[in-house]
Design a protein. Structure first.
Length: 256
């Protein structure tokens, strides 16, 4: 399970549990961001087996096992990449920062899926697992929050000392939805999934992507985005209990 980056995922789970509601996936918190859009993850400049620098592991509440992330050398492209493996597991790598989505709007990334999740289902909670996801989170804005969201976020802040994001975009690889499809995550309408790769033949192949996150946000949510609060990478199979892996190359965010 995993959708909203992991205090909206963790926070909403714990929050709604306290409110006697059903479990929600965790969400990534938006506090303690660094100023300005970073160059982001140039994994190619790192050494295999070394620490991941500014990237932090974010567990998914309720997941019994953690997705494993490590730097490895990929012979296909001849450089260091991030490898993620999940065996009935979940968890994300997240980098928190502050940036303006209207200025730093162009996201570039690449991945190599290691396989397919046979029983995944993008429209159900039981099937909400992906071989590869990249999230962009957008900072909480009290002025836009509903009364329910304000109450949930107040509890989340009390529990975790942090506030869930306002919304998130999740760029995903799945062979169970059409290329270009955009839909709400089954756990929350504040996370919109965008299928950027739907070809089973992508397995074992490097694919490159360029997205305008400002335009994607406006199409997905029909509103102006709040400020960017972070980016996250995830491979997860905690719902389906299957195994999955993917490799991720350099990720950059910047102006047009």
């Amino acid at each position: 399970m995993a959708t909203f980056p992991t205090l909206l995922l963790n926070a909403r789970r714990a929050t709604l549990a306290l409110l006697a509601a059903s479990l929600m996936p965790p969400v990534w918190a938006t506090n303690e961001t660094s100023a300005g859009a970073p160059g982001l993850a140039l994994f190619s400049s790192m050494s295999p087996g070394r620490a991941l620098g500014a990237w932090q592991f974010q567990p998914v509440r309720g997941a019994k096992h953690r997705t494993l992330y490590s730097l490895v050398r990929d012979d296909d492209i001849g450089s260091t990449v991030l490898e993620a493996t999940a065996d009935a597991a979940a968890g994300a790598l997240i980098w928190r920062f502050d940036a303006d989505a209207r200025v730093d709007s162009i996201l570039r990334f690449m991945w190599k899926p290691g396989g397919l999740i046979a029983s995944s289902d993008p429209k159900s909670k039981a099937g909400d697992d992906y071989v590869a996801r990249i999230y962009i989170t957008f900072a909480y804005d009290r002025d836009r929050a509903s009364a329910r969201e304000k109450a949930e976020n107040a509890i989340a802040h009390m529990l975790y000392g942090e506030t869930p994001p306002h919304a998130a975009l999740s760029y995903v690889f799945t062979h169970k939805a059409a290329l270009g499809a955009t839909f709400a995550n089954p756990y929350t309408t504040r996370v919109k999934m965008i299928v950027v790769d739907a070809d089973p033949q992508s397995v074992g192949q490097w694919k490159r992507f360029v997205r305008n996150i400002y335009d994607d946000y406006k199409r997905a949510f029909g509103e102006e985005p709040t400020r960017i609060s972070g980016i996250a990478i995830m491979v997860d199979t905690d719902n389906t209990g299957e195994k999955a892996s993917a490799r991720f190359g350099d990720i950059t965010l910047g102006p047009k």
